[in-house]
Unconditional design. Structure first.
Length: 192
């Protein structure tokens, strides 16, 4: 094992070393850091996050816990906006003033502070079925010492309620979800 210091381009130096006879491996002398991974008590209850058939969420979390500028639209039964594992990651429409009855951001939806309820055609996308909340938790439950943790616990979720308490609703076909009339403005970006 040798430590080679050079002022040359690191990639070129590594390539040169790899081409030399007797060299088995070349790698960079990187800084090693301990990574604090989420330790939520119910993590093992989320199927598919880890284990034989899982997505290796802990491996992904070692790279990133997500980005708060990323907003994921939950097109489902709504989202429990006050859920302790989700409340901090609920998207807020900064262009809207809550409760004033005016479409402040001009996107065609009045008081759409955290998303939209397409079933009841109002700005209250709270979940009355729990399915959308479960989906939102799998995606963005906060990394803390409560409940579960999502795949991207630093991202935000926008609640778009298309299904009612019985799991039925205004979507007949998946193409209905892509209809331009159902798009919500995300601060200048158009998104589903």
């Amino acid at each position: 094992l040798y430590l080679v210091e050079t002022l040359s381009d690191l990639d070129e130096a590594a390539e040169l070393l790899r081409s030399m006879p007797g060299v088995v491996w070349v790698g960079f002398d990187d800084v090693v850091q301990a990574t604090v991974l989420p330790s939520d008590p119910d993590l093992d209850q989320l199927w598919g996050m880890n284990g034989t058939y899982g997505i290796d969420a802990p491996g992904a979390w070692a790279q990133t816990l997500g980005d708060p500028s990323v907003v994921v639209a939950i097109i489902d039964t709504g989202v429990d906006l006050d859920h302790p594992d989700l409340a901090a990651n609920i998207w807020t429409n900064s262009g809207e003033i809550a409760g004033n009855g005016i479409d402040d951001d001009g996107n065609g939806y009045i008081d759409d502070l955290h998303g939209w309820d397409f079933v009841n055609n109002d700005g209250d996308p709270n979940d009355d079925n729990n399915h959308g909340t479960h989906v939102a938790g799998t995606i963005a439950a906060v990394a803390d010492s409560v409940g579960v943790v999502g795949v991207a616990p630093n991202s935000k979720v926008m609640a778009l309620k298309f299904l009612d308490a019985n799991g039925s609703g205004c979507l007949l076909y998946t193409s209905d979800a892509a209809d331009d009339s159902l798009r919500v403005d995300l601060g200048g970006r158009r998104s589903m």
